[in-house]
Write a protein that binds this ligand. Structure first.
Ligand code: SAM
Length: 296
């Protein structure tokens, strides 16, 4: 029986996470709704959280909270790797990750590989404060599959950020052993990989599979926990990995990083805390080392 209060509301979007749990977004206007070659893309105007971007009914970002996820995706690796100059971003068509990257004058080249050009077009129209970053002269936008790009890449990078949708459909191979091996090849020995790995609570199998395959390619890896308010259950995991421990930093020493002015979430204390694992996540992490069934 649906609560009559919900039925009274006119514009309601439902995000189902499992047969027993979902999220409801109540919006004032649907600003865009298109179906691209790959996915359904919608932009809703809400009263309390600004505009929100949904892909296949899943929340990608809200204007008022996107800073949390995007700052952690970028400043954890960039604060750890002071020599990084060349960055590859897979996905990230909304421009939020690139906006944070551009806060580092030392970066010389940012390549963004986004499979769905319609996402970029919609975000240019409705989220200009993020997507304007894609027009920066240091940025090259390539429309294509990140799996293929990494496999065929002819140039190396210092940091690889995988800001994709959850690993289903077009994103499924972004947690495959072959993909991580290709990432390892493309990154300099001391390079860093940073990837969004979804919710350890709601999708533990994805968590275990991603880290099982990541750890096969990278000697150093760890979950990085981020409370992303609108991602299911808000206990969201990123993953940091490297072939070397030189820039694989779970803690940023005093004076090691020149703080970027104006950040609203990231700081060295938050960096350190994001590597602390609750027991149930530690158990999933331990399982990721032993799960041969994910070896395929
Ligand atoms: N922050 C969001 C999250 O955590 O779910 C992701 C935001 S961004 C909009 C996700 C992007 O990944 C989408 O635009 C999607 O088209 C892109 N994507 C998914 N699979 C991809 C692939 N194989 N290669 C390149 N881009 C991909």
């Amino acid at each position: 029986m649906i609560d009559p209060r919900l039925l009274e509301k006119k514009n309601v979007a439902y995000e189902e996470h499992d047969p027993s749990y979902g999220a409801v977004y109540i919006y004032e206007a649907k600003l865009a709704s298109i179906r691209s070659k790959y996915q359904k893309i919608e932009v809703l105007q809400t009263k309390n959280h600004g505009k929100i971007l949904l892909i296949d009914d899943f929340m990608m970002l809200t204007e008022d909270s996107e800073f949390i996820y995007h700052e952690m995706m970028v400043h954890v690796p960039l604060a750890s790797h002071p020599l990084a100059k060349r960055i590859l971003v897979i996905g990230g068509g909304d421009g939020g990750v690139v906006r944070e990257l551009l806060k580092y004058p030392r970066l010389q080249r940012i390549v963004l590989v986004e499979i769905d050009e319609e996402v970029i077009k919609i975000c240019r129209q409705f989220f200009p404060e993020m997507s304007c970053s894609l027009s920066d002269p240091r940025v090259e936008v390539i429309i294509g599959d990140g799996v293929e790009y990494v496999r065929d890449a002819k140039e190396g990078f210092d940091v690889l950020i995988i800001d994709s949708t959850d690993p289903f459909g077009v994103a499924e191979l972004l947690i495959s052993p072959e993909f991580y091996q290709a990432c390892r090849t493309l990154l300099a020995e001391e390079g860093l990989l940073m990837q969004q790995v979804a919710s350890p609570f709601f999708t533990p199998d994805i968590f275990v599979k991603a880290f099982h395959n990541m750890r096969k390619a990278f000697s150093f890896a760890s979950p990085v926990l981020v409370p992303a308010p609108f991602y299911v259950s808000s206990d969201w995991s990123l993953g940091l990995a490297s072939g070397s421990d030189r820039f694989f930093k779970k803690e940023i020493p005093e004076g090691y990083w020149n703080p970027i002015p104006g950040l609203k979430y990231y700081n060295p204390d938050v960096h350190r805390a994001s590597f602390a694992l609750p027991n149930f996540v530690q158990e999933l992490w331990d399982r990721s080392l032993q799960s041969p069934e994910f070896a395929r």
